[in-house]
Design a protein around this ligand. Structure first.
Ligand code: ADP
Ligand code: F6P
Length: 323
């Protein structure tokens, strides 16, 4: 008896991240190599609900491994959060002959993948977000590129800060997570790093700037994660208390774009390959990650319940050497 050719779908969901294209490429190439068909689903779960899908082949993913953004587009799909939306998506999967899905996104996208898996469509999640706020993996796809972009931007800001003997409060992305702020802050020699994981004490920031000024320091970069916010206010308070002219820079979406780094391209390819291996075996409701350089996978609910510890030692070290 002839066995039916397996068909898998791939989608990108939530905020985009550099390396998503490399992940899509990895999924498409690995699946086709294993004799499967691949359907590209557009704009996250929207494409599943609206039937906005395209058949992909080896060449559909040519010339994208080095590009930021996502050729499949991404979106936040509120309808998919409702049971009716999940049911519609399930029926469209059945109509399109989709046997499994790789969903590339953050924890919200993983919740969606768990819901659809429960409905009988095996889904595997790949962590794609610049925030690195997924506990089941040491690194998320896009994080390394975003950190490097932030570092390059802060280096440029620092040139002008030094020339003018100023302070600049630089806000980087990370609504609930300070990983970009912490690492870009260390790499750029920020005087202080403010992250949502640690209570902010502005008096201490001011005291540190004052001491460092007395020690002859001329440039003051204060790296603030988006989750802290109030960057303008912080700059004003620093200027009032220290007399050092202070400016604010919000880096924003520049951190979400650009060509992915080596690390993000390799990570995306590795994780994509494992996702396809799982779907080939009919295994769903899993998320893939990397821990201590090993590719790992977990049950989605288990992964979502994990807590990522904040690297306090690294934070304390940064504080010690930034005078
Ligand atoms: P991210 O995946 O980056 O965390 P979001 O939280 O915006 O981004 O989630 C992306 C999409 O995943 C949502 O727009 C929605 O379609 C789906 N999603 C999020 N949360 C859930 C949920 N609790 N149940 C089902 N689907 C969800
Ligand atoms: O999750 C990634 C992220 O870039 C966060 O750091 C940021 O808070 C959020 O997405 C912004 O999303 P958007 O501008 O697309 O709504």
């Amino acid at each position: 008896m002839e066995t039916k050719q397996k068909t898998i779908g791939v989608l990108t969901s939530g905020g985009d991240a550099p390396g998503m294209n490399a992940a899509v490429r990895g999924v498409v190439r690995a699946a086709i190599k294993k004799g499967m068909r691949v359907i590209g689903i557009k704009r996250g779960y929207n494409g599943l609900i609206n039937g906005d899908m395209i058949e992909m082949n080896m060449r559909s993913v040519s010339d994208i491994i080095h590009r930021g953004g996502t050729i499949l587009y991404t979106a936040r799909c509120l309808e998919f959060k409702e049971p009716e939306g999940v049911l519609k998506a399930k029926n469209n999967c059945i109509d399109a002959g989709i046997d499994g899905i790789v969903a590339i996104g953050g924890d919200g996208s993983f919740r969606g993948a768990a819901d659809l898996s429960k409905e009988g469509i095996p889904c595997v999640g790949l962590p794609g977000t610049i925030d690195n706020d997924i506990a089941s993996t040491d690194y998320t796809i896009g994080y390394d590129t975003a950190m490097n972009t932030a570092m390059e931007m802060v280096d440029k800001i620092r040139d002008t800060v030094q020339s003018h003997d100023r302070c600049n409060v630089v806000e980087v992305m990370g609504r609930h997570a300070g990983y970009i702020a912490l690492n870009a802050g260390i790499a750029c020699g920020a005087t202080c790093i403010l992250v949502p994981e640690i209570e902010v004490d502005l008096d201490k920031v001011i005291e540190k700037i004052t001491i460092a000024r007395k020690l002859g320091k001329q440039n003051f970069i204060i790296l603030v994660a988006e989750g802290i916010g109030k960057s303008e206010e912080i700059a004003k308070k620093i200027e009032q208390a220290t007399g050092i002219e202070s400016r604010t820079t919000i880096l924003g979406h520049v951190q979400r774009g650009g060509n992915p780094t080596v690390r993000d391209r390799v990570l995306a390819s590795q994780l994509a390959y494992r996702a396809v291996e799982l779907l080939e075996q009919g295994v769903g409701n899993r998320v893939i990650g990397i821990q201590k350089d090993e590719v790992v996978d977990f049950d989605i609910q288990e992964a979502l319940s994990m807590k990522k510890p904040f690297p306090q030692e690294l934070y304390d070290m940064a504080n010690e050497i930034s005078f």
